[in-house]
Design a protein around this ligand. Structure first.
Ligand code: NAP
Length: 274
């Protein structure tokens, strides 16, 4: 899918370099078809050491020249200056991918002053270990082929879902911010184990593996979570006693409310970017 492409990753920090790592490991793109940029010399030295054969430069204009796919993965506050640097150097038809949180495809198109296909993406930090959940949303000039190319790029680091752009705030509230919620669950389970007398390292390992195992079971069986929960709930047993306690505290309502608040906050921040 990506074989004929040349990819420029502008701002290869956490997300950008995770993607490059995933693409190289998966053999999706050979190193000579990838260019990455960073401003800091030390950052570029680390990229060059990690990704042998990949072109590493501080020159964004040079990186996009001849690239068929350009990924903008700088922080939103660095985006305007970056766009100014590359605007004149993008070839017609270049696919522009953006992980800029809260910046719409229309805003990117307007800033670039080109009718280029733009696909916006919201990845999350588990992308660093190839277990990301990324939602992608096509802008007005993006066609099916562009969506498939964007999908291939982000599938290098995990799962990809295509959503209409209007749902990107909801994605931010669920999977973008979601790892933080799960870390809190891990922390809570660990403390709970310690309270019951388990050594902390043991409690931590058991908590982490329980979250990982439950997620994998849900993923691999495709079963509804309620069915999986019923399977471990013996009448009159320990699990139902704990489930009743969680219900009493409104665990599910708490999550629904948390995601709603994060979604609203994302929409609020997006309006500030406009
Ligand atoms: N991390 C996440 O979970 C996540 C999730 C969804 C979306 N995002 C979005 O994805 C983007 C990247 O996030 P991140 O966590 O990967 O950030 P990051 O680690 O800070 O990476 C951004 C990189 O951009 C480089 N940079 C800044 N200005 C540049 C310029 N003009 N030219 C070249 N390189 C430049 C910076 O390095 P130098 O200072 O060396 O240039 C930095 O390493 C952000 O817009 C963020 O909102 C992140």
């Amino acid at each position: 899918m990506l074989r004929d492409h040349t990819l420029a990753v502008l701002g290869a920090g956490n997300i950008g370099s995770a993607l490059v790592g995933g693409l190289l490991r998966g053999g999706d793109l050979p190193p000579e078809r990838i260019r990455v940029t960073r401003r800091s010399e030390s950052g570029r030295a680390r990229l060059a050491e990690r990704f042998g054969g990949v072109t590493v430069t501080a020159d964004n204009a040079e990186a996009v020249r001849g690239a068929s796919v350009v990924l903008i993965s700088v922080k939103p506050q660095n985006a305007a200056a970056l766009v100014e640097e590359i605007r004149q150097h993008l070839a017609p038809g270049t696919l522009v991918l953006s992980t800029l949180a809260g910046v719409t495809t229309d805003a990117i198109g307007t800033a670039l002053q080109h009718d280029l296909p733009v696909v916006r993406a919201m990845p999350n930090t588990p992308a660093l270990v190839d277990e990301g959940a990324t939602a992608i949303a096509p802008g007005r000039w993006a066609e099916a082929v562009h969506v498939e190319t964007a999908r291939a790029v982000f599938e290098a680091v995990g799962l990809v879902e295509v959503v209409p752009e209007g749902l990107m705030d909801a994605v931010t509230g669920l999977s973008g911010s979601g790892p933080a919620y799960v870390f809190m669950v891990i922390e809570g389970l660990t403390d709970a184990g310690v309270k019951q007398g388990l050594p902390r390292p043991t409690a931590h390992r058991l908590a982490v593996q329980t979250v990982l195992g439950a997620a994998r079971l849900a993923l691999e069986t495709g079963e509804h979570p309620a069915i999986l929960r019923d399977q471990v709930t013996t009448p009159g047993g320990t699990t139902i006693a704990a489930v009743a306690e969680l219900e009493k505290h409104g665990l599910r309502t708490m999550m629904i409310d948390a995601v709603q608040i994060a979604t609203e906050r994302s929409a609020q921040l997006s309006r500030l970017q406009e």
